[in-house]
Design a protein around this ligand. Structure first.
Ligand code: TYM
Length: 327
């Protein structure tokens, strides 16, 4: 049986990048044969030092987001990362077989430095915690967006180093990108990768005026509608492509390329984008409200998930401790 596992940081509310790159495929896969582990990576979120009350709220919001989008907690194990402290023990064991050079090559760490973020040690060693998350559950497949592929490859390296030293303890995981290639890296409102830490994101359940405001922030240029334009490189079209049917998208592109009197302006595209986003998430938005109204049920789901996840991670931790001579 194939074991799928992935996690999402509750370092804010989930955005379209998280949805198309990860959440959507998690929900789809969770309805297929196999074992499914999905968790709210609250230990990871500490690397950006959130306020405790905010972190508590975002953890619940992330769990509700999974459920509202259709994750079935009877079939998939949904849990909080910190409910399984065994992963921090595994992190130490893996730290001792990981070279500094491997971590220094991490793109995501280097990107954050470049953006001026002041790193703490947690941010630097975070790929080891992520490897522990993956290896603790013997995951075969890790569905993620493009920015996390290198971290999964690092988990492969760490598993390999540990196994070479101590015998076959860890299972080798494989990353899995969304089937639709363009979903692996969703742009933000400024055209850079959409990210909570870059402030260029839109919450998946944004609606009404705040949604209009967000869509109005999508970067455009000052060319008039009647100018013929290459659809490639028009950020608004990249957003439309995510939400409208392919035939409609082709039609927008054709009219933009043709230019002239009937050509759509950026205002038209924005209006359609708001409309189609509202429709896409309306059912999940309604489910989110129902879920938020029953916090006890959410606690029950997370506790049940934690129990199952912890049993699995404990078995792996024990195996690893024995292999390296600590038991
Ligand atoms: P995080 O919380 O940054 O992102 C969660 C998921 O969303 C994907 N994603 C994107 N996909 C496409 N376009 C984007 N703009 C975009 N932004 C984010 C990410 O690739 C990811 O799949 N370290 C992880 C969380 C984690 C994890 C794990 C994942 C912790 N342990 C174990 C898998 C397995 C992270 O920070 O993702």
């Amino acid at each position: 049986m194939v074991t799928y596992l992935s996690g999402i940081q509750p370092s804010g509310r989930q955005h379209y990048g998280n949805y198309f790159g990860a959440l959507r495929q998690h929900v789809e896969l969770s309805h297929q044969e196999g074992e499914h582990f999905y968790f709210i990576a609250d230990y990871h979120a500490l690397t950006s030092s959130p306020q405790p009350d905010e972190l508590r709220e975002w953890v619940r919001e992330t769990a509700v987001t999974y459920l509202a989008l259709g994750l079935d907690p009877e079939h998939a194990v949904l849990f909080r990362h910190s409910a399984v402290p065994e992963v921090t023990e595994l992190t130490w064991l893996l730290s001792c077989v990981t070279g500094m050079g491997l971590l220094e090559r991490a793109h995501s760490y280097k990107d954050k430095l470049q953006k001026g973020l002041k790193p703490n040690v947690g941010l630097f060693v975070y790929p080891i915690l992520m490897a522990a998350d993956i290896l603790a559950y013997d995951a075969d497949v890790v569905p993620v967006g493009k920015d996390q592929v290198q971290h999964v490859e690092m988990a492969q390296d760490m598993a390999g180093h540990f196994n070479n030293l101590y015998g076959e303890v860890f299972h080798r995981p494989e990353p899995r990108l969304p089937e639709n290639e363009s979903h692996a890296r969703i742009p933000g409102l400024d055209g850079e990768k959409m990210s909570k830490s870059y402030g260029n994101h839109v919450w998946v359940f944004e609606s009404g005026k705040p949604l209009v405001k967000a869509v109005n922030r999508i970067v455009t240029d000052s060319r008039p509608p009647e100018d013929s334009k290459d659809p490639d490189g028009i950020l608004l079209l990249d957003f439309l492509r995510l939400f409208v049917p392919p035939a409609e998208f082709d039609d927008w592109c054709e009219r933009v390329r043709a230019g002239g009197e009937g050509a759509p302006g950026y205002g038209h595209m924005k209006k359609r984008l708001v409309e189609v986003i509202e429709d896409t998430f309306a059912p999940a938005r309604a489910r989110r409200e129902e879920l938020l109204a029953d916090p006890a049920e959410l606690d029950r789901i997370l506790e049940r998930g934690a129990e199952k996840a912890r049993a699995r991670a404990t078995a792996t931790r024990d195996r690893a401790l024995s292999a390296c001579g600590l038991r």
